[in-house]
Design a binder for this molecule. Structure first.
Ligand SMILES: Cc1ncc(COP(=O)(O)O)c(C=O)c1O
Length: 437
């Protein structure tokens, strides 16, 4: 299908160009186009990410720090990937740590911080968070550290900021909170969370895994101490990335092998990393930068020019920011359409922000239930029509327990990213309407 430039102009996103980048988007299931509404579980990748991974394996495959060409190329490539992620997060490249995923990086940091904690110390967590930002901190209860859980407002699944402010005290050593909820899509006021943590002398750890495909991240502006994300959630390979303030990465003591270097940030990276996926990360960030060049040119008649010729002067960071302006505008259209459609389905319950006037506070991630149909049944029926959604708790276990839906199959989660279309919104709405009857 060709998406018109009228549509693109309305959304400031060149959707034809976008979709052409992702080979998986042309997959079919039983003759029907696949609708990937499973972005919160992992997004598809542009062709250039696939190419970059195989090119690395073809031309540069080696371990690091060797005295020969492919090893040197590997060192150089990893350095380039740190710069790419530094542009993505707005920090310096020696503040970027690579790891297998966000969960293991969070455990690495929580263990290291935990070495300095004991009875009388407290850690503040939230009911809205993925378990990867809960269990690694709860593990410190074995050191008799006390965990404080921040409440939510049940009616719209937003964080109770008054409760958060109450629970942060001079005993608090860490506040760990999500940037956005992977279950219900709520975007938290992380800037205020970081400020409240710092006012009490605590460190702030932000889980940006769900937010990263939807909005720009600026760790300097947030002033957070740590921020973790996963590149497979924003169009890259299966890897985790951690930002840490340089002084923390240098001062805290990681559990590590003796032979491993003490240099920052490598002292936080254990064993041999997944080099080919790190090569894919560079391509993924460059994809976003090119998207920014294409989206920022909408309206100037430049859509037909090759992407390399557009906005050649913009820095990678500026282009990434432009990409997110386009992404956000397009996702707002998808959210508006989805919320209007969901409101008309009889009996359907939506968990999270439902007010179309409050789109600034949510991502296009929708948790729903239809009475009489467990979420697995909904996902299976939609899956049979080529519409890929998810069911269950997606590890946001505290939230499904808190809302009383855990024993009952959790939610059906429908998640959109910028490569999804209004037609796909209509398809999933029609599928739900038919099931709801
Ligand atoms: C909000 C959020 N945090 C953390 C994680 C865990 O990320 P990883 O799979 O990289 O460990 C996920 C994965 O779904 C997530 O959605």
């Amino acid at each position: 299908m060709v998406y018109s430039t009228v549509e693109a102009a309305a959304t400031h996103l060149d959707l034809n160009w976008v979709r052409a980048q992702f080979p998986a988007l042309s997959l079919e299931v039983d003759g029907q186009p696949a609708a990937f509404l499973d972005g919160p579980g992992g997004t598809q990748v542009p062709q250039r990410v696939i190419d970059s991974i195989s090119e690395y394996l073809r031309t540069s495959n080696a371990n690091t720090c060797g005295a020969y060409a492919t090893s040197r190329r590997t060192d150089q490539m990893i350095g380039g990937a740190r710069s790419a992620m530094a542009d993505f997060l707005s920090c310096d490249s020696d503040e970027i740590v690579f790891g297998p995923n966000m969960t293991s990086l969070t455990y690495a940091i929580s263990r290291a911080i935990g070495r300095e904690l004991g009875p009388g110390d407290e850690i503040v967590l939230t009911h809205l968070d993925h378990d990867a930002n809960i269990s690694p901190w709860r593990a410190l209860e074995e050191r008799r550290v006390k965990i404080q859980m921040v409440e939510i407002h049940e009616q719209d699944c937003t964080l109770n900021m008054d409760d958060l402010a109450r629970k942060i005290t001079p005993r608090t050593k860490v506040v760990a909170a999500g940037y956005a909820s992977n279950a219900v899509g709520t975007i938290n006021d992380v800037k205020t969370i970081v400020r409240l943590a710092h006012d009490a002398g605590a460190m702030a750890f932000i889980d940006a895994v769900h937010y990263a495909p939807h909005g720009p991240i600026d760790v300097r502006e947030l002033d957070c101490d740590f921020l973790a994300c996963s590149t497979y959630k924003f169009f890259g390979p299966h890897m985790g990335v951690l930002y840490g303030k340089r002084e923390h990465l240098a001062r805290l003591q990681p559990y590590k092998l003796r032979a491993n270097t003490n240099a920052v940030p490598q002292r936080w990276e254990w064993g041999t990393l997944n080099h080919e996926c790190i090569a894919g990360i560079v391509a993924c960030v460059d994809y976003l930068a090119d998207l920014g060049k294409s989206s920022s040119c909408v309206g100037t008649g430049a859509l037909t020019r090759p992407v390399e010729q557009r906005s050649a002067m913009a820095s990678r960071r500026e282009s990434i920011l432009a990409a997110y302006r386009g992404i956000r505008a397009h996702e707002r259209e998808l959210m508006r359409r989805m919320l209007n459609g969901l409101a008309g389905i009889s009996g359907l319950g939506l968990y999270g922000i439902a007010d179309p006037a409050r789109l600034d506070f949510r991502c296009p991630t929708f948790a729903v239930r239809i009475p009489g149909h467990i979420p697995l049944e909904l996902a299976t029926k939609l899956g049979g029509q080529g519409i890929f959604t998810w069911d269950g708790n997606y590890y946001a276990l505290n939230l499904t327990e808190r809302l009383g839906v855990e024993a009952d199959g959790g939610f059906l989660r429908i998640g959109f990213v910028h490569y999804n279309t209004e037609e796909e919104v209509d398809r999933v709405l029609e599928g739900l309407r038919r099931i709801a009857g």
